[in-house]
Unconditional design. Structure first.
Length: 231
């Protein structure tokens, strides 16, 4: 797909958020800034997604247009990456990162809940929620690593379609976990006077959630559709 094949900015509003994110490098930063769901809810047209959030559609389109105009000739959209290479990217950049980051976040959360017990701004129950999130995510990643990804590398058979549907459903569960984390922490905004550990915890949570959203987006909007069409 040539970079010149992108539709003009006026057409962005009619394209789905997920498709834009998959074909326009840098679009996810715009969607994240305006709190548009480009991963689990990526099948919604941009105009509808913006309306749901009360986000400025014209401003979003202008930002996407600016990104498109500034693309370097050698920038490759995610949709153009070969399946095996895309799977390798997901494994290294997301599976390994989640396994590295979540244990540290759980430890930080334990510390904050212990040291600041009684503080009305304390996100009580955050440690338990993070443990639950880590458990669900680990099971999900194992299924991909042991079953789904090897099958995708071997074949584009319609036999992959059912596991893909299951993974999409689990992604919806991860999306719910993200919403619970955001609600419990006030959008990862530390309260006034928060200590360094509390600040580091929320900064790390924001980074983890951003990576998880990118992870889900790449699978839902780029990798999985290559197999949805089979059969």
């Amino acid at each position: 797909m040539s970079l010149t094949d992108h539709a003009p900015a006026i057409a962005f509003r009619g394209r789905t958020v997920g498709e834009i994110a998959a074909t326009l490098p840098g679009a996810t930063a715009v969607f994240r800034r305006h709190r548009l769901d480009f991963c689990c809810g990526g099948d919604v047209p941009l105009a509808e997604a913006a309306a749901r959030r009360g986000a400025p559609l014209d401003e979003i389109e202008a930002a996407l247009d600016e990104i498109e105009a500034g693309l370097e000739p050698d920038e490759v959209p995610a949709a153009a990456i070969e399946t095996g290479a895309l799977i390798d990217h997901i494994l290294v950049c997301y599976h390994e990162a989640h396994r590295r980051d979540l244990p540290e976040l759980i430890l930080l959360s334990q510390k904050v809940e212990r040291v600041h017990a009684g503080n009305p701004a304390l996100p009580v129950g955050l440690t338990d929620l993070l443990r639950e999130t880590a458990g669900l995510l680990e099971m999900h990643m194992k299924k991909e690593e042991l079953i789904l990804f090897p099958a995708m590398r071997r074949s584009t058979s319609a036999m992959v379609a059912q596991p893909v549907r299951v993974m999409r459903e689990e992604h919806d569960d991860h999306g719910e976990q993200i919403r619970r984390l955001e609600a419990l922490t006030g959008g990862f905004t530390p309260p006034p006077g928060a200590c360094r550990s509390w600040t580091a915890l929320y900064l790390g949570l924001g980074h983890f959630v951003a990576e998880l959203m990118d992870h889900i987006h790449l699978e839902n909007n780029v990798l999985f559709p290559r197999f949805d069409a089979e059969g």
